[in-house]
Structures are given as C-alpha cells and as structure tokens.
Design a protein around this ligand. Sequence first.
Ligand SMILES: C[S@@+](CC[C@H](N)C(=O)[O-])C[C@H]1O[C@@H](n2cnc3c(N)ncnc32)[C@H](O)[C@@H]1O
Length: 239
Amino acid sequence: MSGFVSFVGSGPGDPELLTLKAVDRLRRADAVLFDDLSSGPVLGYARSGADLIGVGKRAGRASPRQHHVSRLLVEYAQANQRVVRLKSGDSGLFGRLEEELIALREVGIPYEIIPGVPSAIAAAAAAGIPLTRRLSARRVQFVTGHDISGQLPEDMNLPALADPGALSVVFMGKRTFPKLYEVLHAHGLPRDTPALLAEDVSGPDQRLTRMTVAELADLLRREIGDAPALILFGPLAEE
Ligand SMILES: C[S@@+](CC[C@H](N)C(=O)[O-])C[C@H]1O[C@@H](n2cnc3c(N)ncnc32)[C@H](O)[C@@H]1O
C-alpha cells in the first residue's frame, strides 16, 4: 500500500492567496511537510491532529537537507499517509521540486502538483502595478541570484538582464545584487533603471521600496536584513 503526495504551492504567505485545491488538500492531509517560507498562517488550514513537519533551513537540518526531505516524503507516503508537501509561492519555481518528484517516481508513489501564486506575481500586485508594462516591457524573466554555493551564478545571461525591454525579477538575490548590478552596468544597464525591492510580500512586515538599481545596490551593500525579498528591475510601471 502506498499513500499519495500533493505538492501544494502556498503562495507568498497570505492565506487568502491559497487556492481552493490547496485548502482542500491541507484539510485532508495526514502529514504536512513545510518550508520556512510556507509556514505561518497557511498551516492553520491543516486538520488538527495532522503531523506538521518543518523541513526548512531554520528547522536546523544540515546538508544533505534535500535528501533528508525526499526520504521523509517517501517514508510518510509508504506508511499510507496522505501527504502535503507545502512550498512557498509556486512549487515549481526555484523550489527544488524536481529532486522530490524523482524520489517519489523511483519508488512508484503517486503525486499531484497544485500550483500556487508565485511571490513575483504577488509582489507586483502588492505594489499596485502590472508585472509587464505595456509597450515597454517586451519580456519578463525570473532569475535566481544565487547558485548552489550561494554565489552569483556565473552563467547568467547578462545581455538579456541588461536589456531595457525586459522586466527582471531576481529571487534570492539580496546578497549578490550589488555584484550583479556592477556587471549589468558594465553591460549597459543604466544606473537610473527603476527597481523595486519587495520584502515579505503579503506578510505582516511587507515592505515595498522603489528606487533606482544603483541606489538599491548601495543599500544592499550596507544591509540586507532577514526578510525574504525579490528584486524587480527594468521597465516598471508607475504607481
Ligand atoms: C526558494 S525560492 C522559492 C520561490 C517560490 N517558489 C515562489 O514561487 O515564489 C525563495 C525565494 O522566493 C522569494 N520569496 C518567496 N516568498 C516571498 C515573499 N513572501 N516575499 C518576498 N520574497 C519571497 C525570495 O526571493 C525567497 O528567497
């Protein structure tokens, strides 16, 4: 006998941004494995008595954390449990979903993927602007600001990121943004390109700060803080 795993995107944190399917699966789960950014009020939808298991960095798991999470998922499902694997935003976006899918496939455990509101989409909505500005944004690109070792990825497409017709959203990029800005400026990105720093989107400490990319690089050189954040830059609409 084996159980079933629902990968559920929790959205950016505000429980009102959960989908109806997400709420349904949370209510029916025997076990919920959640990351740091998918903890908080969304867990209130899990039924009382369900096992709630934090598997994020702050849950104190040392490397190889990912392997440990995959093993836990398999163990719960093999114990015939209905498992929800809760990941922030949309599970398929910079969420290490693939490793966990592979682990389930290897042992034949069935699963489903329920999309969530990506934090990038929620950030634009919170700022009261469209993500793509008509006539000036020809493309939107989501990139990660760090590679597996926490550094700025070396294989970033710099001309694409410096393209004035592209709106870029950097995930996990606060620490590396000053360096990214320097290389992009060298590739022609103007200093006064509009930027938005979107911290703790939809959460109690949400903070949205608009400035230029040069100012943002300066700010983040001095202090980055703990809040999860996205950096949007390019042809940003006016508020
Ligand atoms: C591992 S990635 C997961 C992204 C997620 N799957 C999504 O669709 O938004 C974590 C990063 O997403 C961004 N993020 C997630 N939730 C956020 C929030 N509520 N506010 C700001 N940034 C957020 C931050 O850049 C954070 O470091």
